[in-house]
Ligand binder design. Structure first.
Ligand code: ARG
Length: 256
């Protein structure tokens, strides 16, 4: 049989898609990142975690004593959480700083029905003094199709990278229309004013379980927080993020 090189490549790619279900490694499909590159990335660990490393959710340092995470991460007692900074590999507890949580504020608009305002602000008992913080993106127009923010987290890689190691992936902002065109996403509560729709229509790169609460970063500002999705990195199922600008007023009152 005389099949051209181009056709061979397409056939191989199609075969790989079938075998892997389209999923690549992260944060699914991301790359390993150092704590120095993302000093404001916080692992929000929990003593009840199924993982021995304590891995539970992500968060982001927005002030020396304040971290932002997802409201849906706050199901356990406040005393069971601890924030870890400067530890890219969660198994390596010889590095990084740790703080207990002294106060939990969950956005009053959050509810498990429509998942809106999936954001919380936690106060650190031992502030991470001297660590660079990420400012909040309070402008709604920052969320628009075509910009390319990055997501950070220690979450599942679905085999595309090392476990419980800080990963980063660029996830294009697809615009609200893309998520609103998916009936399942509308049913699940996707809203233009309070969510960011980001990822790849073809799948392969996305946030995943364990990344919730972690930062979506654009131009050095916190654009969003990992909230939900349908599976991870599936075609036609982009990641849904809490839009910081959609909750800016309440957040700024907590972070000052
Ligand atoms: N809810 C998940 C968590 O608790 C995060 C889901 C993000 N999913 C996605 N496909 N972007 O970790």
């Amino acid at each position: 049989m005389n099949v051209s090189r181009g056709v061979q490549v397409v056939l191989l790619a199609a075969l790989l898609l079938v075998v892997t279900g389209g999923a690549k490694p992260v944060v699914v499909g991301g790359t390993v990142t150092s704590a120095a590159e993302a000093p404001w990335a916080i692992a929000l660990n929990n003593t009840q975690s199924v993982s021995s490393s304590g891995r539970y959710c992500g968060a982001v340092l927005v002030k020396a004593d304040k971290i932002v995470t997802a409201a849906h991460c706050m199901d356990e007692a406040a005393s069971t959480y601890y924030a870890v900074q400067g530890r890219a590999d969660l198994a390596d507890d010889s590095v990084g700083r740790v703080s207990a949580i002294s106060k939990v504020w969950v956005h009053p608009g959050y509810n498990t029905k429509d998942h809106r305002y999936d954001v919380a602000v936690l106060t650190l008992a031992q502030p991470f003094t001297g660590v660079p913080v990420l400012p909040l993106e309070t402008r709604a127009r920052a969320d628009r199709a075509g910009v390319v923010p990055s997501v950070y987290g220690w979450g599942d890689t679905q085999g595309t990278g090392p476990d419980e190691t800080l990963q980063k992936a660029a996830v294009p902002d697809l615009g609200d229309k893309t998520c609103l065109a998916n009936q399942g996403y509308v049913t699940n509560g996707y809203a233009a004013a309070t969510n960011v729709c980001a990822g790849y229509v073809e799948g392969g790169i996305d946030a995943c379980q364990g990344d919730s609460g972690g930062p979506l970063v654009l131009n050095g500002r916190l654009l969003g927080v990992v909230s939900w999705g349908q599976g991870c990195a599936q075609p036609g199922k982009p990641g849904v993020y809490t839009e910081i600008a959609g909750a800016a007023k309440a957040l700024l009152q907590q972070v000052r």
